[in-house]
Write a protein that binds this ligand. Structure first.
Ligand SMILES: [Zn+2]
Length: 109
């Protein structure tokens, strides 16, 4: 039987009402590979990695456009940032303009 639960979305207060809302999208490896095959960890060229990354970000943006933004209002936009979750860049995600005070996690199945 087809699994009807395609994504789990959790929205929590970030405890910082003035901080722009962050959205993180978790995609299983299998789905990532369907979007774009990940380059070899050592042999992938910078261009291959950049293309892979761009396609992953585009796919994540589509999920946010479909699952999250319609609930938050027309003026809310999502902008990808490598440093959305952490200043060192270890936790990339999307920063919302027009919405603040929350953290949102989307887990794709
Ligand atoms: Zn970090």
């Amino acid at each position: 039987m087809t699994d009807l639960i395609l994504a789990k979305v959790v929205k929590r207060s970030s405890g910082k009402p003035d901080r722009k809302t962050r959205v993180h999208v978790s995609v299983p490896q299998k789905r990532e590979d369907e979007i774009c095959q990940q380059p070899h960890f050592k042999d992938g060229s910078d261009k291959e990695w950049a293309d892979w990354r761009k396609q992953q970000v585009t796919a994540q943006r589509k999920v946010i456009d479909a699952c999250v933004l319609p609930l938050l209002g027309d003026e809310v936009k999502a902008n990808f940032s490598q440093k959305a979750g952490c200043p060192c860049g270890c936790s990339p995600g999307f920063i919302l303009t027009g919405h603040s005070g929350s953290d949102i996690w989307i887990d794709l199945k």
